[in-house]
Design a protein around this ligand. Structure first.
Ligand code: SF4
Length: 299
């Protein structure tokens, strides 16, 4: 394998502002999370976000919780806007209520990925118990009004083994709302989601993970984990409280160049993005070039 620029694993980075969440989504294996619950300290956030901006990362606030529940969301938004940084967040559709929209207005993310897994009302109600699809749709349109356009808003949908609606019907539905949509096959999140009736993606052993090579995940306590599906803190690459981000990324590159993934979770992985190609070219120098590369990866 040729040399890999250590910035590649930082191309996109999930920052878990918190793993606390008020939702109870069917796809979420919350019961399997053994790492403690909490929120990232502002001091750690500041230290990380400056390094991420310097590395040219596209930062997404997501993880196992609702990022909008972080108490310092306005300060976080202010700091992000003061840096040359492309940042956004992932939210579950039911979080687009009045309180959620107010937090988004404070954060002012450049992009928002809305998890709106189903477009069939009965499926939606099963995935988000106690929630109505009409309320989430209205929240989504309020978000578009608040931002002045649908620019930067993408829908993430999920196909399960029992989905009543096809991939193309889902895309048509969102096109009729003026929104682009990515449809993902339901996978087990590292074997943590044990609902076989939902799963579509097939597990396989992975020797060189394309997601690991182009994406990183930092949990609220500051550990950079090998995989966002690690709910137990069992794949720690580095503790970023005491290690620089680029050093941690270089450790990831060394693992890739060793020719095998040393983590148990990778032996039976059904994450489709693990199959992304391993970068074989110089790191794209400009934000535009990085965006073009990400578009080709469909993310
Ligand atoms: S191979 Fe699968 S489990 Fe391992 S890091 Fe990649 S996505 Fe995660």
């Amino acid at each position: 394998m040729s040399e890999i620029d250590p910035r590649w694993p930082l191309l996109t980075v999930d920052v878990e502002l918190t793993n606390i969440c008020g939702q109870n989504c069917l796809f979420c294996p919350r019961e399997a999370i053994t790492r403690p619950q909490g929120v990232m300290s502002y001091a750690l956030f500041e230290k990380l976000i400056r390094q991420l901006a310097a590395a040219g990362s596209r930062v997404i606030f997501c993880g196992m919780g609702n990022p909008l529940l972080h108490p310092d969301i306005a300060e976080i938004g202010r700091l992000c806007r003061s840096l040359p940084l492309n940042y956004g967040l992932t939210v579950q559709a039911p979080a687009l209520d009045a309180a959620g929209l107010e937090k988004i207005a404070r954060l002012q993310p450049a992009f928002i990925e809305v998890s709106f897994p189903a477009v069939d009302e009965s499926e939606f109600a099963v995935i988000f118990p106690g929630q109505k699809m009409a309320d989430s749709l209205s929240g989504l349109h309020n978000l578009i009004r608040q931002r002045g356009s649908n620019r930067g808003i993408t829908i993430n949908a999920v196909m399960t083994a029992g989905s009543k609606v096809s991939d193309s019907q889902i895309k048509e539905f969102w096109a009729s709302h003026g929104l682009s949509c990515r449809v993902h096959p339901c996978h087990s999140r590292g074997g943590n989601l044990e609902k076989a009736e939902l799963l579509l993606a097939k597990p396989r052993p992975v020797k060189a993970c394309g997601l690991f090579a182009t994406h990183s995940f930092i949990i609220w306590e500051g550990n950079l984990l090998a995989c966002c599906h690690d709910l137990e803190n069992s794949t720690v690459i580095s503790d970023l409280n005491s290690t620089l981000l680029l050093e941690a990324a270089a450790r990831k590159v060394a693992i890739l160049q060793s020719g095998s993934m040393p983590f148990k979770i990778c032996q039976s992985c059904d994450e489709p993005a693990a199959g992304r190609p391993i970068p074989d070219r110089p790191f794209p120098a400009s934000i535009k070039a990085r965006s073009r590369f990400l578009k080709k990866l469909n993310c």
